[in-house]
Design a protein around this ligand. Structure first.
Ligand SMILES: N[C@@H](CCC(=O)N[C@@H](CS)C(=O)NCC(=O)O)C(=O)O
Length: 226
């Protein structure tokens, strides 16, 4: 670990930290991506460094900040992904708060130890009328309702886009047993949104070079269509 002014602590997966990672990079902050192992996590937890006992945690020159969305909102100001208009900034917050409950698609499956049971439980989430299907359909509806290319109806890309893009397509990276990239072929509207986000110049540059085996291939242009 270094002594960079900003340090983001999270597991070595996209998960709840990926949107903040992109925002930190777009903000050109001097920051370190601290990838946790269970030992470091346990020591941070027992030292009382995690306000709610969970990660991600962002250490800043002003102190530690937990909760993935609070971190995203904070960094969003520094990378101009929060609209200047107070009303539009609130619409972005409204979108994030409204969509968040629909993002806990895999909740309840992490505790299933048997891999076959876990795989079956997750496959079932994407059957007609199941939780995953409903969540993806809701997102498509929201994309279609937006008067702009961006999910919360902003003129430019916002932190809501970072959240939706990183969370939704991160689900299909192959990191989760029973969640297959092929599911997305039924969601053309989502795939068009992926195309918009993955080709946004700052996002495209951010993911242009990935280490071997990175789960972030899902954020590259053509990830689900090539
Ligand atoms: N509302 C929190 C939830 C964070 C959360 O669930 N973090 C998980 C990792 S993805 C965690 O730290 N779990 C450890 C635990 O529950 O002990 C956020 O969005 O940051």
């Amino acid at each position: 670990m270094t002594s960079k002014p900003y340090q983001l602590f999270y597991w070595p997966i996209p998960g709840r930290a990926e949107a903040a990672r992109v925002a930190l990079s777009l903000a050109n902050l001097d920051w370190e991506d601290v990838l946790l192992d269970s030992e470091l996590y346990a020591s941070m937890k027992s030292n009382g460094e995690l306000p709610w006992g969970m990660v991600p945690l962002l250490k800043t020159p002003e102190g530690g900040l937990a909760e993935s969305i609070a971190i995203l909102r904070y960094v969003g100001h520094m990378c101009n992904l929060t609209p200047e208009s107070a009303f539009m900034a609130a619409k972005v917050d409204e979108f994030i708060d409204g969509i968040s409950p629909h993002f806990s698609i895999l909740e309840g499956t992490f505790g299933i130890d048997d891999i076959n049971e876990r795989t079956k439980a997750r496959e079932a989430l994407f059957l007609p009328d199941a939780k995953g299907t409903k969540g993806l359909k809701l997102l498509e509806k929201k994309i279609q309702e937006s008067p702009t290319s961006w999910i919360a109806g902003t003129k430019e890309m916002s932190i809501a886009d970072l959240m939706v893009f990183t969370y939704t397509f991160g689900l299909f990276s192959g990191n989760f047993d029973g969640v297959y990239a092929s599911v997305l072929s039924d969601y053309q509207v989502l795939l068009e949104y992926h195309d918009v986000m993955a080709n946004e110049p700052r996002i495209k540059a951010h993911y242009a070079e990935l280490p071997e085996g990175s789960l972030c291939w899902t954020y590259q242009p053509g990830a689900f269509t090539n």
